[in-house]
Design a protein around this ligand. Structure first.
Ligand SMILES: *Cc1c(COP(=O)(O)O)cnc(C)c1O
Length: 251
């Protein structure tokens, strides 16, 4: 019987045996080839070097064993969007040389705990969060890369500051000890073509970069829209489903 490429919560193996681990490895390898190919072709269309685009594997809802397999395939940037799940996986993979990216909305009271394992926070969108992250990073003697999340849709609840506020937020991050301003991040609005939104993000990124030359990162593009993001200058694409498979719930 073929292995399902979608695991339900109940059937997802927590400790895969050698056979299913090998099957999963080849599945992830095949998915990775497709995703890397998509990035490369998008780069070719706009004359970019694929080496400028980093792939962040978003492993939310998938087990630490998948993180381990991805690491073996060369994906060492790992994204998660919920603290407890991320913390457990980071602990389970502590022997691997990984960079953990926190990509979800982050509560101020979780900032300190997240800074213990994450070196990049993609979702910086409130001054109180900047303060909390800076304090945690300083106390823990860590340096945390921060991306200002830009709300391109005016959608409440998905996080992000308006394009007009992004430069101001970047200014604050840049002078906060413990934090390194890396750039901007966005999620494309649902239900409309992503190109115009990513073009807008590129403008915001340029405005930030005009004041902070070091802020070169543009985190944009997911499984469904990574081409449009790459065509508009994304330096980091965050890919979950097309790498790991469909998720059981809408996360
Ligand atoms: C889940 C998630 C992703 C990955 O989305 P896919 O559609 O599975 O590729 C990227 N960014 C954020 C912020 C996410 O929450």
């Amino acid at each position: 019987m073929p292995c399902p490429d979608v695991y339900s919560d109940a059937s997802r193996p927590s400790e895969p045996d050698a056979g299913s681990a090998e099957h999963r490895r080849s599945q992830l390898a095949a998915n990775l080839t497709v995703v890397r190919d998509r990035i490369q072709r998008a780069c070719e269309r706009v004359g970019r070097d694929p080496g400028e685009v980093s792939l962040v594997g978003v492993t939310k809802t998938f087990p630490a064993s998948d993180v381990r397999l991805l690491a073996g395939l060369g994906v060492r940037d790992i994204g998660e969007n919920r603290h407890q799940e991320a913390e457990a996986k980071a602990a389970a993979c502590a022997d691997l040389d990984l960079t953990w990216h926190f990509v979800g909305q982050l509560q101020v009271n979780k900032a300190r705990a997240v800074v213990r394992y994450a070196s990049v926070i993609h979702s910086v969108d409130r001054l109180r969060l900047v303060t909390a992250l800076g304090r945690a990073a300083t106390d823990l003697e860590r340096s945390v890369r921060c991306l200002v999340q830009v709300d391109l849709a005016g959608e409440t609840g998905r996080g992000g500051v308006g394009p007009a506020e992004a430069v101001e937020m970047a200014d604050v991050v840049s002078v906060t000890p413990g934090l390194e301003l890396a750039g901007v991040m966005a999620v494309a609005p649902l239900g409309v073509p992503p190109g115009p939104a990513f073009a807008r993000l590129a403008e915001v990124a340029a405005a930030v970069r005009a004041r902070h030359a070091e802020a070169t990162w543009i985190s944009a593009g997911m499984s469904g829209d990574l081409e449009a993001a790459v065509e508009h200058g994304a330096t980091h694409v965050r890919v979950g489903r097309r790498l790991l498979g469909e998720r059981p719930s809408n996360r």
